[in-house]
Ligand binder design. Structure first.
Ligand SMILES: NC(=O)c1ccc[n+]([C@@H]2O[C@H](COP(=O)([O-])OP(=O)(O)OC[C@H]3O[C@@H](n4cnc5c(N)ncnc54)[C@H](OP(=O)(O)O)[C@@H]3O)[C@@H](O)[C@H]2O)c1
Length: 331
């Protein structure tokens, strides 16, 4: 009798102890979930020294919800799949924003092998690495995937048909990325300007200072895009699971001549002579699409904020960087 009583008490004590432990564990797990949910999203930025990559790195510093690690060719060559996998395995990012690329459009015509290796094959391998590890991947593409023959702006759903090697290599990158990595974003942009890279704004100001007059083509249309604004969009995008193809540029369209005029006006150089020329009279190794205008349907429909006008973005850039022809040029 006494033994039964003892047994019952032991069983009761054990049960109470277990209930207490379960309760405590539940609390700990809850804390763990909170830590994961409130922890910073880790982003790997490739091409981090380049024009867009450096803007993504700078923007990430202003966003308390993310931590970004930048890599460029000194850290690993994106054409070396095992080096890329090794770097990613050490870091285990939640997302990769892939800004590294072979971006010299004219040089790609005479070195198509390099263009395909860097722009397409490397993306194929990166997409496989990210897919195997459940990592989100944002690949930057271009308006040059289109041939420019359409009369109106291109939608995300229009069929690409590139007219130069660079555009073709980026189109292949899009296809690899979309097929291999289900957690992927393909972001087509155009006419980038920003710090840490040679771009049209710097080129116009340098030429204006050196020669006092300029000739710029007036029959190619598109949207200038500030890397700072695109960087902000890319970071917002990779926080979501709204995978797919996006067009992301500053708002509004112009031709290169209009763009040059605005650069000169904002910089107080409106007296510099600016002539219009047609593409016919301005031969370059790679053909350029005449119509590079992109509709931003996916961006709007997915609830993202539209990027400001290219004129506002340009004024901000020239003001921020303090670009003055002939001196203080940080390009
Ligand atoms: N610029 C535009 O107007 C424009 C327009 C539409 C789309 N895009 C796309 O936007 C993205 C960013 O362009 P961006 O103008 O910022 O390019 P960028 O300034 O040329 O930067 C590209 C970066 O990638 C690095 N890189 C090149 N090959 C590499 C390799 N094998 N391994 C590792 N890193 C490598 C470059 O290093 P090095 O400098 O040492 O080569 C550079 O730091 C690209 O995908 C580009 O195709 C650009």
């Amino acid at each position: 009798m006494e033994e039964d009583k003892k047994d019952r008490k032991n069983r009761k004590d054990k049960k109470e102890k277990k209930n207490k432990e379960d309760k405590e564990n539940k609390g700990n797990n809850k804390n763990k979930e909170n830590i994961i949910k409130t922890g910073k999203m880790k982003i790997l930025v490739t091409g981090a020294r380049g024009m867009l990559g450096s803007a993504v790195m700078s923007y990430a510093l202003t966003d308390s919800g993310v931590s970004a690690v930048g890599a460029d060719i000194d850290d690993f060559d994106i054409c070396d799949a095992s080096a890329a996998a090794g770097f990613i395995d050490k870091l285990m990012p939640d997302a990769v924003i892939h800004c590294a690329a072979f971006t010299n459009v004219d040089a790609a015509e005479s070195d198509s092998e390099k263009a395909f290796r860097v722009n397409a094959m490397a993306v194929r391998d990166l997409a496989a690495i990210c897919a195997a590890r459940g990592i989100k991947l944002a690949v930057i593409s271009t308006d040059y995937v289109f041939d420019g023959s359409k009369e109106s702006p291109y939608g995300e759903y229009d069929l690409p048909s590139p007219i130069n090697v660079y555009g073709m290599s980026k189109y292949y990158a899009e296809r690899y990325c979309g097929h291999i990595c289900s957690k992927s974003f393909i972001v087509r942009t155009s006419w980038l300007f920003g710090a840490n890279g040679g771009n049209f704004v710097g080129a116009i100001l340098k030429k204006a200072a050196a020669e006092g007059e300029l000739s710029v083509v007036n029959d190619q249309f598109g949207s200038p895009t500030y890397t700072k604004d695109l960087a902000a969009f890319l970071i917002e995008l990779v926080k979501t699971e709204k995978y797919g193809i996006y067009h992301a540029t500053n708002d509004g369209y112009c031709n290169w001549h209009d763009f040059a005029r605005e650069i000169l006006n904002i910089s107080g150089l409106s007296s510099v002579k600016l002539y219009s020329v047609s593409t016919e009279n301005f031969k370059r190794p790679a053909a350029r699409p005449k119509n590079s205008r992109l509709l931003k349907t996916a961006l709007y429909c997915s609830g993202f904020k539209k990027l400001r006008t290219w004129q506002d973005a340009l004024a901000d850039y020239i003001n921020e960087i303090g670009l003055v022809p002939g001196y203080n040029n940080k390009q």
